[in-house]
Write a protein that binds this ligand. Structure first.
Ligand code: NI
Length: 311
């Protein structure tokens, strides 16, 4: 069974586009899978070989989301170790359009200093140009998704063009840098129909908070800070389960993030990646919107129903 993947965004799309929002509702049957990233070592009688540093254990993923199953050759979804999915207040920071040669490394420093994780939706041309930064993003524990090859409006392309020339090519660049392909995508401008998302068969991740940090009039760290931390009527407000859209190609955005992370931490938020948020949303068990304007808030989980965020 392929679960539909679209992401309802309540708000105007970033990067200057208009999101075509759609939602999927599937009551997930939670199954437990233990992905087998590596074949168990055949009983080779290696006498005293010094063991290489053990690769990170493959996390156990509890999900029914077909797109989230660990697959050979793909980055594994992040485990929920250290996160209480029902009670923690969680937010996913996401950064589009990079990597950028100066601003992305600076952001990585900020994330490291604050012990925070984020998700980077990379444009293929930039990933191909800056493979060392792509690798650093991955090595430092952040999540990577594709954001097309050259930022085209995908709804103007055929399925084949999307899969081969856009997401496929972007993933080639990510694989060239890290050795692995990404499981998730974000369509440029949030431009994606539910039907197309279903045909793509990969998670198409939108956002619930858009600070419009890319707009000229907002290219100022204080404004970006204000739009994320305090929210705006147009761009939405951070709440438990939020996915925040920003752009790591802009110095003004990156310059705001040290303060943003500290402020959100002060409000009790924990930072999660998108694949963690997907698992959290599933565990919270709401019929969602979450793919992906946002995950249901913790307080809603288990309750009968809640008004979906406006579209
Ligand atoms: Ni973009």
């Amino acid at each position: 069974m392929i679960l539909v993947v679209l992401v309802a965004s309540a708000f105007a799309a970033g990067c200057g586009g208009t999101g075509s929002a759609a939602k999927s509702s599937a009551a997930p049957t939670v199954i437990t899978t233990t992905p087998t990233g590596e074949p168990s070592a055949a009983a080779t009688p290696e006498p005293t070989a010094t063991p290489e540093p053990t690769p990170e254990p493959t996390p156990e993923v509890t999900t029914s989301l077909a797109q989230l199953q660990a697959k050979e050759g793909y980055m594994a979804p992040k485990s929920l170790d250290g996160i209480d999915p029902l009670n923690d207040k969680v937010v996913a920071l996401t950064f589009d359009d990079g990597p950028h040669p100066e601003n992305t490394p600076k952001l990585l420093d900020i994330l490291k200093e604050n012990d925070a994780v984020a998700t980077f939706f990379m444009v293929g041309t930039n990933a191909a140009e800056y493979p060392d930064i792509v690798k650093r993003v991955y090595d430092e524990g952040h999540e990577i998704g594709t954001h097309s090859w050259d930022h085209k409006d995908l709804m103007k392309l055929s399925l084949d063009e999307i899969m081969t020339n856009q997401y496929g090519k972007a993933n080639d660049a990510i694989e060239a840098a890290t050795g692995l392909r990404a499981l998730i995508d974000r369509p440029p401008y949030g431009s994606m129909s539910e039907d197309m998302a279903e045909q793509i068969g990969r998670e198409q991740i939108l956002w619930s908070v858009d600070p419009n940090d890319w707009k000229k009039e907002n290219r100022d760290p204080d404004t970006v800070y204000d739009h994320v931390v305090n929210g705006t009527p147009d761009g939405g407000y951070v709440q438990d389960g939020a996915i925040v859209l920003s752009h790591d190609i802009h110095a003004t955005t990156v310059d705001a993030y040290d303060r943003i992370i500290k402020a959100l931490k002060d409000e009790g938020y924990k930072f999660v990646t998108v694949t963690q948020m997907m698992q959290i949303a599933e565990i919270r068990g709401k019929d969602i919107e979450y793919r992906f304007g946002h995950a249901p808030i913790a307080a809603e989980s288990g309750s009968e129903s809640s008004a979906p965020a406006g579209e």
